[in-house]
Design a protein. Structure first.
Length: 309
């Protein structure tokens, strides 16, 4: 099967910084309490899905040295679209000046990895360039008077251009998508309402599904946990990441994290962390990189790739 690899990566975050100290002015909380339980120091808020998604997409196209007119498909993962319809992807397509198919998908915080998996399938079927955007503006659905959720969420976007690799040993090696709908009520948001969450149970189930999905893609690719140079997990809570890494037997220093400065940005969190890891040398050419996310639904997705164009 023809593989896909990431040839360009771009990100964007909300313009306003909301620190833990800012929240402590209106909530019964403190910087120490939030950091100890989540690892988050601040979050970025502001902007629409269109604004943030298009900004990240432009940067990804620039890095990939690809024109928007050459795209075959745009996939946008979001659970917080600017409108019920049309899709955010349609707006992004017009904003970029692309001339291709475009659609949104909603797998919550697993959505970006779902998009990568679908994009890979389209490359295997004959497409040459697929843009995958993960963008969410969770601040619009956050009750800023609820300290259990207000401390967690932020706004951001990440985008990648997928294309066939120039070397056959690079690109996506294995992918997995899963869903456990019996846990759908653990994390939910109704029309006209705010995000609600059973934090303890989300923690328990999140670690379990992250580990099982990771082991599945490793086994499918014929690799073991020690072969992984970098893990890019969904940025929900540092304790979840620590627990999953421990169960996988992978040193915590191999996990890419940005949640300390972004909060939980849902579909954007994995590309945001991946971009930071590439920039600081945590991901290098030839590395085996594991992407793994979980989210409302409960959805889960993992992808294993050999980094490099």
């Amino acid at each position: 099967m023809r593989r896909a690899t990431i040839t360009g990566l771009g990100t964007a975050v909300g313009r306003e910084v909301v620190t833990n100290h800012d929240l402590a002015r209106t909530l019964d909380t403190s910087d120490e309490w939030i950091v100890e339980r989540t690892g988050i120091h601040e979050r970025r808020v502001g902007g629409t899905c269109l604004e943030l998604g298009a900004e990240a997409a432009r940067l990804a196209l620039e890095q990939a040295e690809t024109e928007a007119a050459d795209l075959d498909l745009i996939i946008c993962s979001t659970c917080t679209p600017d409108q019920v319809f049309p899709a955010v992807s349609n707006r992004i397509q017009d904003e970029l000046g692309a001339n291709c198919g475009a659609f949104d998908l909603n797998a919550a915080c697993s959505g970006f990895t779902y998009g990568i998996t679908i994009g890979q399938a389209q490359i295997a079927a004959g497409m040459e360039r697929v843009l995958v955007v993960g963008v969410d503006t969770l601040s619009r659905f956050t009750d800023w008077q609820d300290r259990t959720t207000a401390i967690l969420f932020g706004d951001g976007a990440g985008a990648v251009v997928l294309a066939p690799p120039s070397r056959p040993d690079r690109g996506l090696l294995s992918t997995y998508m899963g869903s456990e709908g019996r846990y759908a009520d653990l994390l939910a948001c109704d029309f006209g309402g705010y995000i609600r969450m059973d934090g303890k149970e989300v923690f328990r189930q999140a670690v379990r599904v992250m580990v099982s999905a990771s082991l599945k893609v490793l086994a499918d690719a014929g690799l073991d946990a020690p072969d992984v140079a970098a893990v890019v997990p969904h940025q929900a809570n540092i304790r979840i990441i620590e627990s999953a890494m421990k169960r996988l037997g992978i040193p915590l220093e191999r996990a890419a994290t940005v949640l300390q400065s972004t909060g939980n940005t849902s579909s954007a969190s994995i590309p945001l962390a991946m971009d930071a890891a590439v920039s600081n040398g945590g991901i290098r050419d030839g590395d085996a990189v594991l992407l793994v996310g979980f989210g409302a639904g409960m959805s889960v997705a993992a992808a294993l790739l050999r980094w490099g164009k």
